[in-house]
Design a protein. Structure first.
Length: 420
């Protein structure tokens, strides 16, 4: 892989001539937010009855946050990137890392617990999940630091020297792991951050020989995090119990008998998630007409929103949402490929990776392909923190999109010069 710095011709700290923000990216992101507002009402019908909330409880909250998010995206889009990206990136990184550190020590009236761990800070009228915003700051930290420390280094280095070069990043990552995976019991976001870290190493011109020992250590650490938490062991066993028949049928009997799990029923949520997807068929049952949301599939408007949408809008609706998401990613990758600032290039790649990995973890989980991780679907899951963090991410990218000079945007339409 060529050194990324070589492809950038202009100094990164010179104020560039800016153009208009990427309007298609803004429109696609706004459409996804609008869909999340619609389904926050349609899919929460049983939850509002069960908890005796107002009929429009979740809808009004998502409408307010969604409207604010759309406005915030465009407000950030019109701010010059050199005045915005660094300030926001460092604020999110240090500010929300500090919040994650102090969360275990906050009094109970200031935090909201989930699964026996404090994951939200409770403020008047709303709560925030610090990890959702820290992820953006972590990506900016990697982009900023990789540009200064890694891109100038030769790709071919001794393993010892290259290990020492990347070691500080794993120090920061392990701090995050402790507070996210151990203190907050949120293994899904640790997997997401690790995937982003390793992929960005590739774009930062690191050799592949470095990855084998790192992945080996990561797998050992993952096993350790699972073993110290009984609820994770049970979740793994339940998942394996639901998929083992399809896998063990191809293995010898002595292996099959040794690893077969008995007396672990199929995960309740996954079973009903698959029922909802199957019930939707091709065109769906119709908006508001889903059955599995009526107490069978809990949290359907949050982690299982894709299953709820598929039941009501069918395969056609799911494909439509995939098209919107792919459109968002396509616009981000185009911006990343054309922007001249190497920090912005790496940052936009990192945000795109965050969207892709989060979507895959969630979709694989609700379909039973991997254990459930509790990762929100980008743009679509109910929740103010998830939606606001996505709005900030897209707002920053929209601001970066203005750094692409108009002639660079139009160069693909120009005929190449020829020698006479």
């Amino acid at each position: 892989m060529n050194n990324i710095k070589n492809r950038f011709k202009s100094p990164i700290f010179v104020e560039p001539q800016t153009s208009q923000p990427d309007v298609p990216l803004f429109i696609l992101s706004s459409l996804l937010i609008i869909i999340s507002i619609i389904f926050s009402y349609s899919l929460s019908v049983y939850t509002v009855v069960y908890y005796d909330y107002s009929q429009y409880h979740f809808f009004i909250r998502q409408l307010l946050v969604g409207t604010f998010s759309i406005i915030l995206m465009w407000a950030m889009a019109i701010v010059p990137a050199h005045k915005l990206i660094g300030k926001v990136g460092w604020t999110l990184f240090f500010g929300f890392l500090l919040l994650m550190i102090i969360m275990p020590f906050l009094p109970s009236f200031l935090v909201t617990a989930s699964g026996g761990a404090n994951r939200w800070i409770r403020l008047p009228g709303f709560s925030i999940s610090p990890v959702e915003f820290f992820k953006i700051g972590f990506i900016y930290f990697l982009a900023w630091s990789f540009y200064r420390k890694l891109l100038d280094q030769p790709k071919k280095m001794k393993l010892k020297d290259e290990t020492l070069l990347v070691l500080p990043y794993f120090g920061v990552f392990f701090v995050a792991v402790f507070f996210i995976a151990y203190m907050q019991k949120d293994l899904g976001n640790v997997v997401l951050l690790f995937t982003i870290l390793m992929t960005m190493f590739i774009f930062a011109n690191r050799s592949l020989k470095l990855f084998l020992p790192i992945i080996g250590l990561a797998l050992a650490g993952l096993v350790g995090l699972i073993l110290v938490a009984p609820h994770r062991i049970n979740r793994i066993l339940q998942w394996w119990g639901s998929v083992q028949d399809g896998m063990l049928g191809f293995m010898p009997d002595f292996i099959s008998n040794a690893v077969r799990v008995k007396d672990f029923p199929e995960p309740y949520q996954v079973a009903h998630s698959l029922n909802a997807i199957h019930n939707g068929g091709f065109f769906g049952t119709g908006l508001g007409e889903g059955n599995l949301k009526m107490g069978f599939l809990t949290e359907v408007h949050t982690d299982f929103v894709l299953a709820g949408i598929t039941e009501e809008w069918g395969l056609v609706g799911l494909i439509g949402i995939l098209i919107l998401l792919i459109g968002v990613l396509w616009r981000i990758f185009k911006i990343s490929n054309r922007v001249e600032n190497p920090i912005y290039h790496l940052f936009t790649l990192g945000i795109a990776l965050m969207i892709v990995v989060a979507f895959l973890i969630n979709s694989y989980g609700i379909s039973g392909m991997i254990p459930i991780k509790g990762i929100a679907v980008p743009f679509l899951s109910y929740g103010g923190s998830s939606l606001l963090s996505m709005a900030i991410s897209i707002g920053l990218i929209l601001s970066i999109s203005k750094e692409i000079k108009k002639e660079k945007k139009d160069e693909e339409f120009e005929e190449p010069d020829t020698l006479s």
